[in-house]
Every structure is written in C-alpha cells, then in structure tokens.
Design a protein around this ligand. Structure first.
Ligand SMILES: O=C(O)[C@H](CS(=O)(=O)O)OP(=O)(O)O
Length: 251
C-alpha cells in the first residue's frame, strides 16, 4: 500500500490521481475541523458547496437546512452560521442538515476523483481518520493519498504540517507503507512546525485571529478529540453539491 501527499488540490488533477485511492482531505484552518465538530454535534448531513451562489441555491431545495459559510474567515451575510468550530460546538445540530461553503476546504473535495473514498481529516480526528483510511484501503486493495486544501491555490503550511502528523500515524499503524517522497517532506514539516508554533507562521491563522475568532485555532490544533469522520457519500441530484455523512465506526 502506497502513501502520497498532494500539497495543493491542483496536483491531484495534474497527475490524474486514481479514483480507486482513499483520499484524506485536510483543511486544518478550518473547514475539515469544522466538519468534524459538526458531526460531533449530531448533524445528519453536510452539503459541501464550492461557491456562495451554489450554497444559496441548494438551500432552496433543502428546507430546514442551515446555511453556513465564510469568506475571508467571516460569516457570510444572511447565513445562519459561519465556518467556526467553536460556533458549531455550541450549536444545536442533532439531526440537522447543513449547507457549507468555505474559501478553500469545500472545494478541495471536488478536486478528488469522483467516486473515490473522500474523508475529512484534521488533528481533531487524526487517530480515527487514519485508522479508517487504512481499513478502507486494506479492504479495497488501494492506496492512500492525503490532499491539502491549500490557501487560495497556494501551498498551505497548516495543512502540510497536519498531513505530516497523519502520515506519521499511518506509518505507525502500518510500517510497511510505501512512502512517496512527498511524505518525507510533510514529516519534516511536522517535526519543525508542530503546533503551537505552526500558528505563528500561517496566513490562515492570522486571518482567523484578525476576524476575532482566536478560540477556533485552539480547536484546530487539538489532537485526537473526536472519532467523527465526514465521508463523501454522494451528490445532491439537483445542485451537484457533495453530501458528507458521518462514518459509522466504533473505536
Ligand atoms: O474560514 C477559514 O478558516 C478559511 C478562510 S481563511 O483562509 O481563514 O481566510 O477557509 P477554509 O476553506 O476553511 O480554509
């Protein structure tokens, strides 16, 4: 079984990545951390939208769904909630459906091959998402790829550092993994910039702090607090939004 890391979503398209692989998408600050907390609160579904317009359009087909999202880290006008793990952890979400659009994270799921196994990973669910990815890849006889959501298309230090940590966990659980050289780079980045140091160096952290949401970062750099894993389970028929639901696992 091979492990590869894509440091931006664009790389996934460039190499014509395999639809058979298991993809762990990371948008540490904050989309995949938010998704994990949303499922922790008992939400039934997340609809991931690439654009604000798609999210608004989808909410017309989904009565009762909460409209959530941000641009420049700030909750969008007219939306019910932003992209804030702290806000989600305080919200009443049992059985709710949420439509979510974020600057980078929701788009990254669309960059992976359709029909592939796509999981939301972060520090918060690191143990759970790596164990599940390994079990899926073993069952399918496939490889694992970690995709960093990027920062406006650029290399994202926060996602890459988290990718290094997830890679370390995958290697600990399966020492026979065949490592692409991208994995060595991510492992080295994790060694150098592990939290809390990471937060001093990434633009996304500054943007969240500037929005007055510093407490979100504490959640984003909390390790292994959740066993929730958001997995893409399909597409909404009218709007093409990706549907993410909680993987049923007992750890
Ligand atoms: O809301 C976020 O945390 C970011 C926007 S920014 O990079 O902080 O401006 O969006 P995301 O899609 O979660 O990276």
């Amino acid at each position: 079984m091979q492990l590869t890391i894509y440091f931006t979503p664009a790389e996934v398209a460039t190499v014509r990545a395999s639809a058979l692989d298991v993809y762990i998408v990371i948008d540490l600050i904050r989309a995949t951390t938010s998704m994990t907390t949303i499922l922790d609160r008992g939400a039934s579904r997340i609809y991931a939208a690439q654009t604000i317009e798609q999210a608004q359009e989808a909410s017309r087909y989904l009565p009762g769904a909460l409209l959530c999202g941000e641009r420049n880290a700030l909750q969008l006008p007219g939306f019910d909630l932003g992209n804030s793990p702290v806000q989600f952890l305080q919200a009443e979400l049992i059985g709710k459906e949420l439509v979510l659009t974020t600057t980078n994270g929701t788009r990254a799921f669309f960059a992976c091959p359709p029909e592939s196994v796509r999981l939301a990973g972060c520090f918060y669910n690191a143990q759970a998402v790596t164990s599940y990815a390994l079990s899926q890849a073993t069952n399918l006889g496939s490889n694992i790829a970690i995709v960093c959501a990027g920062e406006y298309g650029y290399f994202p230090l926060d996602d890459a550092v988290c990718a290094g940590y997830l890679a370390q966990m995958l290697i600990e659980q399966t020492p026979t993994l065949e490592l692409h050289e991208s994995v060595y780079a991510a492992l080295a980045l994790y060694q150098t910039y592990a939290p809390p140091k990471l937060l001093e160096y990434c633009r996304s952290a500054r943007s969240v702090i500037n929005a007055g949401l510093r407490a979100d970062l504490d959640i984003c750099v909390t390790y292994n607090a959740s066993s929730s894993i958001a997995r893409v389970t399909g597409k909404h028929p009218h709007t093409e939004l990706l549907i993410l639901e909680r993987v049923p696992i007992a750890l």
